[in-house]
Every structure is written in structure tokens, then in C-alpha cells.
Design a binder for this molecule. Structure first.
Ligand SMILES: NC(=O)C1=CN([C@@H]2O[C@H](COP(=O)(O)OP(=O)(O)OC[C@H]3O[C@@H](n4cnc5c(N)ncnc54)[C@H](O)[C@@H]3O)[C@@H](O)[C@H]2O)C=CC1
Ligand SMILES: O=C(O)C(=O)[C@H](O)COP(=O)(O)O
Length: 345
């Protein structure tokens, strides 16, 4: 079997030798029709667009994306071409939750927000949104949930409309997939009308996809003081991001909310498991993230410890100093572990 793998997918090299005879590593943006023509499977990230242009005429039968988002895969084309694909649900939800938890703690310490007096609207309550809801509740924040597909299946009891969230929430955090059209369209879900409907000058957090928020509308809302702060991890037109928005953001990071080593290892493991299932291969390997450099945290409070483990302002400062290094900062991301890898006070 021949597999082409994005060369930024970590912890995969030893394990994959137990699965495939031929493996080629290449940068996500450098997958070409010539390269994939005689491959059986691809393991990709968001940087490889899997569509007719790339895949037509190839012998690719299976694509695993080591991500939860799959808006870079043309699923209609894959269905027509008989190419199966999978993503890695939940792989990095702990990592995004860590990013949001640290962000909330920074809003408390640096913006002097009394979290127990605030309400948060969570838009998209899947793997990430559910964890964010739990963290927010633990911090004493009132939680409102919005999830149209779930509401349809489960009934409206636990869910609120986007309109109610816009009117009642002090923080609004987006955790939806990017759907460009269809019944659950999320492309530019937050547009001029949405920002005009805000009532409490909320803090807007986006770790979903840049295209879920219309950048010009967000910038106008900042200028008109309809919102009080923005925290942006995902951007329209990455890596060519809006520098004005980056300057104005309280936290602006290069699409790394999901980049804990724990999340990366989960994604790699899930991708290889999917390949083994699809091609009916039995293989023994284990994939674990490296241990943290200092696993014991000595500090007075749990909040300090959590911010010592991960402080998104450090990622933000790196991007603000060098916005042109967006992809490099992602590719060379330092080791980051989630809290359960540490002994906390
Ligand atoms: N910044 C980063 O590094 C990361 C970004 N992401 C992004 O966050 C998204 C969410 O991640 P997960 O929670 O793991 O995905 P998920 O698939 O577990 O959850 C998505 C939720 O959104 C809901 N949803 C779909 N359409 C909706 C709509 N129109 N309105 C309201 N809710 C809607 C779904 O019903 C589902 O419950 C991913 O699709 C991805 O684009 C995910 C991980 C890392
Ligand atoms: O899982 C997702 O969806 C994400 O957005 C990933 O964290 C993005 O990672 P890359 O594939 O762009 O490295």
C-alpha cells in the first residue's frame, strides 16, 4: 500500500511503517495530482483541498483528515468518485476547551471580568461546545446553548435561538463546522445583522472557522463599539489574515486552538485506525504525546496553574509580532500538553 502523508502530522512515522510499504511525506499545500495518482490513501490536514482537481484519475480509495473539520474535502466529489473519507471527531476538543478556559481566566484577570456575573452563548454544541459549556459552568458563568441540528433531533428544551444569545449574552463563542450552504449554513453566520442585534457589548470568540464570521462586519462592530473584545483563532483567507483585526483583537492566534500534543496524538491515532479498518490491516503500534518538560506546577492557585500550563497570550504575542509567519508558527508549534499531563496544586 502507498500512503501520502502531510509532513506536519506528528507521531506518525514509526507507526505507519507497520501499515504501509510505501510512504511519502509532503507539505499539505504541495499535494499534486501527479503525486497522488498512484497512492491508495492520503492522510491530510486542513491545508490540502481534496477535490476533483486533485483526485480525478487517481487510484486513491481512502482519505483520512487528522482534524475534526472537513470543509477542505469535497464530499460530493468523493461520493461520486467512490472515494471514502473520514475525519477525527473529538480528537482536539480538549485542546480547544483548554484554549477557551485559559481565555476566560485571562478575561477575569486582565479585563477584570467577574465571571460569575456573566453569561456565555455557545454556538455549536458538539465535542468542543459541550466541553466549553462544562468549563463555563464550573467558572460560574450562565450558559446558553445554540445548536440547530441537535435542537431538531432532541427538541428545543436545552437550546436557545441565536437571537436570544445575541440579546442576552456577555460572551459569544462559535464552535460550529463551516457549512457554505444548505439548511444549516454557517458561512457568515455572524454578519452585519447579527452584530446589530447584540445588546450587551459581548466578547466574541471564534475558534471554529474564519468564514463563520464576516470580517468586515466584525471590524465595523468593533468600531461601532457593539462588542467589547474579540478573541480570534481562525481567520478568513488564512494565512493572509486581516492585520487590522489582528491588531484590535485581545487575543489573536494562528489557528492553533486545537494544537495540544494530546489533540495531535489523538488525531494521528484515529487516522491510522481508520486506515487499518478500511484496508483490513492488523497492526500493533502506540501513539502518545511527549511528556511535558516540567510536569509539576508549583503555584498558589489552580487558575495560575492552568495559565502556566497554557496561556494563549503567548501565541497571540508571537503572531502579533510576526503576522507574516502565520503558517510557520503553526508548523513549528511548541509542545503544549493539556492539564491532565500535570500535577496541579
Ligand atoms: N481552531 C482549531 O484549532 C479547531 C477548530 N475546530 C472547528 O470547530 C468546529 C467544531 O468542532 P467540534 O465541536 O469538534 O465539532 P462537532 O462536529 O463535534 O460539533 C459541531 C456542532 O455544531 C452543530 N452545528 C452544525 N451546524 C450548526 C448551525 N448552523 N448552528 C448551530 N450549531 C450547528 C452540530 O450539530 C454539532 O453539534 C469544527 O468543525 C472545526 O471547524 C475544531 C477543532 C480545532
Ligand atoms: O481539527 C480541526 O478542524 C482544526 O481546525 C485543526 O486544529 C486544524 O489543524 P490543521 O489541520 O490546520 O493543522
Amino acid at each position: 500500500m502507498k500512503i501520502i502523508i502531510d509532513d506536519k502530522i506528528p507521531y506518525i512515522r514509526d507507526a505507519v511503517t507497520k501499515i504501509a510499504e510505501q510512504v511519502i511525506y509532503v507539505a499539505g499545500k504541495d499535494f499534486t495530482p501527479e503525486l497522488v495518482r498512484d497512492a491508495d490513501a492520503l492522510i491530510i490536514r486542513t491545508r490540502t483541498h481534496c477535490n476533483r482537481e486533485l483526485l480525478a484519475g487517481s487510484r486513491v480509495k481512502f482519505i483520512a483528515t487528522a482534524t475534526i473539520g472537513y470543509d477542505h474535502i469535497d464530499t460530493d466529489y468523493c461520493r461520486q468518485a467512490g472515494i471514502e473519507w473520514t475525519n477525527a471527531p473529538g480528537c482536539n476538543s480538549g485542546s480547544v476547551a483548554q484554549y477557551i478556559q485559559s481565555t476566560l481566566l485571562l478575561l477575569q484577570s486582565m479585563r477584570l471580568k467577574n465571571l460569575s456575573k456573566l453569561s456565555i452563548g455557545i454556538v455549536g454544541v458538539g465535542n468542543v461546545g459541550s466541553k466549553v459549556a462544562k468549563i463555563a459552568q464550573e467558572l460560574g458563568i450562565k450558559v446558553l446553548l445554540n445548536d440547530l441540528p441537535r435542537e431538531e433531533k432532541e427538541g428545543s428544551g436545552n437550546f436557545s435561538s441565536l437571537k436570544r444569545i445575541a440579546e442576552e449574552c456577555d460572551i459569544i463563542s462559535f464552535h460550529v463546522p463551516l457549512y457554505r450552504d444548505g439548511k444549516y449554513k454557517t458561512f457568515h453566520l455572524a454578519d452585519t445583522d447579527f452584530f446589530k442585534s447584540l445588546r450587551r457589548k459581548p466578547i466574541i470568540i471564534n475558534t471554529s472557522r474564519g468564514e463563520v464570521i464576516k470580517t468586515e462586519a466584525l471590524l465595523a462592530a468593533i468600531d461601532q463599539e457593539l462588542i467589547s473584545d474579540v478573541v480570534i483563532d481562525v481567520w478568513e483567507h488564512e494565512p493572509d489574515i486581516n492585520r487590522d483585526l489582528l491588531k484590535k483583537a485581545f487575543i489573536g492566534t494562528p489557528h492553533i486552538a486545537g494544537y495540544s500534543a494530546d489533540g495531535k496524538a489523538n488525531a494521528t491515532r484515529m487516522s491510522l485506525e481508520a486506515i487499518c479498518r478500511f484496508f483490513n490491516i492488523e497492526a500493533t503500534y502506540s501513539i502518545n504525546p511527549p511528556e511535558p518538560t516540567s510536569p509539576i506546577i508549583n503555584t498558589k492557585s489552580r487558575e495560575d496553574a492552568l495559565l502556566q500550563i497554557y496561556n494563549p497570550l503567548e501565541d497571540s504575542e508571537r503572531l502579533k509580532s510576526n503576522p507574516e509567519l502565520f503558517e510557520t508558527l503553526r508548523g513549528d508549534y511548541p509542545l503544549r500538553r493539556e492539564a491532565n499531563a500535570y500535577k496541579l496544586p
